[in-house]
Design a binder for this molecule. Structure first.
Ligand code: HEM
Length: 123
């Protein structure tokens, strides 16, 4: 069987590095930083690594709540989501992930857009 996307990306160390950089960028972004103002970023980073590990075919304990439940009421717009997509692409490029793998990652992220976005008034 072919290696999972998780393994092809470089496993835990790559995902941890990517999520660490991504949260730093999100915390400094003028459009979406307010969502993370009072958050424990270290804890969020760990949870995000765990989520991505599962999403990319690795092994990790599963989350009790669905992504929809987690983000319900945050009023995240498509525009916010697009910012995250851009920052994630930037991060993956920075740490040297090849374009083909980036596309596989982005396809999985696009799949969760519907569960995360709850403010459809702002596209
Ligand atoms: C613009 C887009 C996004 C914003 C602004 C955002 C914001 C947030 C915030 C504020 C929390 C903390 C919620 C809380 O603890 O009450 C959170 C948690 C989380 N988010 Fe997002 N999120 C976004 C996109 C995503 C995407 C694309 C994914 C998955 C691919 C994701 C996965 C998670 C996970 C796994 C947690 C951890 C929940 C937990 O176990 O406590 N988020 N997000």
């Amino acid at each position: 069987m072919a290696d999972s996307l998780y393994e092809r990306l470089g496993g835990h160390s790559t995902l941890f590095e990517a999520m660490h950089r991504l949260y730093e960028k999100m915390q400094n972004d003028p459009v979406i930083s307010h969502y993370f103002a009072d958050m424990d970023i270290e804890s969020l980073t760990r949870k995000q690594v765990s989520f991505m590990t599962r999403a990319f075919g690795g092994q990790s304990p599963s989350e009790r709540r669905s992504l929809k439940e987690i983000h319900a009421g945050l009023n995240i717009s498509n525009h916010d989501f697009n910012v995250l997509v851009r920052l994630l692409q930037e991060t993956l490029t920075e740490i040297g992930i090849e374009i083909k793998l980036q596309h596989e990652v982005m396809a999985i992220i696009e799949d969760v857009r519907e569960s995360v976005v709850s403010d459809s008034t702002d596209n």
